[in-house]
Design a protein around this ligand. Structure first.
Ligand SMILES: [Zn+2]
Length: 194
C-alpha cells in the first residue's frame, strides 16, 4: 500500500466508512510507516476529543425564531414590491396621458386632417371638434395668462414648448428610475420565491 492510499483509508476511517479488509490493510501500513502512523494518531486523537465534547443543543425556539424572521423579511419585501408596482402603474398612466396630450397639442391640425380623410372617423371628428374648440379656447385663455407670466419671468430663455419638452424629459427620467427600481425589486422577489 502506498502512503496516498493510506491517507484515503484514514479519511474513510474518520467518516466511519472503512471496511474490515481496508482497516486491516491500513493497520499493516501504519505498522511499517511512521509518517502515516503519526497522521493516523493525530486524526484518531481528534475524533476522541470531539466525542468527549458535550453536545450543545440549539434552543427549543431556535427554528421557529428563524422562520419568523424569514417571514417578516418576506412580508417587508412583498409590501415594498406591491407599493412599487402600484406607483409604477400610476406613473405609466400619467406618462401616457401626458405624452398623448403633448402630441395632440403640437400635431393637432395634421391629426384632424388625417381623421377627416377617413369616412368613419370624419363624423366623429366633426362631432368632437366643437368640444375641442371650446377646450382649446379655455386653454388659450390659460395659455395667455401663462404666456404673460413667462414673458414677465424671462423673455428670451423660456417658451412653452421648451417647458413642455423639459417636463417630458423629467417624466421620462423618473419613469426610467422607477423601472430600474422595479427591476431590482423583481430580482429580489424572485430570489425570495426561489
Ligand atoms: Zn505511509
Amino acid at each position: 500500500m502506498k502512503c496516498c492510499d493510506a491517507e484515503k483509508y484514514i479519511m474513510k476511517y474518520i467518516d466511519g466508512e472503512i471496511t474490515k479488509q481496508e482497516a486491516e490493510q491500513l493497520k499493516q501500513h501504519i505498522q511499517q510507516c511512521q509518517s502515516c502512523e503519526e497522521n493516523f494518531l493525530f486524526y484518531d486523537n481528534m475524533i476522541q476529543v470531539f466525542e468527549q465534547m458535550p453536545l450543545y443543543e440549539a434552543p427549543k425556539d431556535f427554528e421557529s425564531n428563524v422562520m419568523m424572521q424569514i417571514q417578516t423579511l418576506e412580508k417587508i419585501q412583498q409590501r415594498s414590491y406591491a407599493k412599487n408596482r402600484i406607483l409604477g402603474h400610476i406613473w405609466s398612466i400619467f406618462t401616457v396621458f401626458f405624452g398623448t396630450g403633448a402630441i395632440l397639442v403640437f400635431y393637432k391640425q395634421p391629426i384632424i386632417e388625417v381623421f377627416q380623410k377617413n369616412t368613419y372617423l370624419k363624423q366623429w371628428v366633426t362631432n368632437i371638434l366643437p368640444i375641442e374648440q371650446n377646450i382649446s379656447n379655455q386653454g388659450q385663455v390659460l395659455g395667455n395668462i401663462t404666456e404673460n407670466i413667462i414673458l414677465w419671468t424671462d423673455k428670451t430663455l423660456v417658451n412653452s414648448f421648451g417647458i413642455l419638452l423639459l417636463l417630458l424629459c423629467v417624466v421620462c427620467a423618473i419613469q426610467y428610475i422607477m423601472l430600474k427600481k422595479k427591476k431590482r425589486t423583481d430580482r429580489i422577489q424572485h430570489k425570495w420565491i426561489k
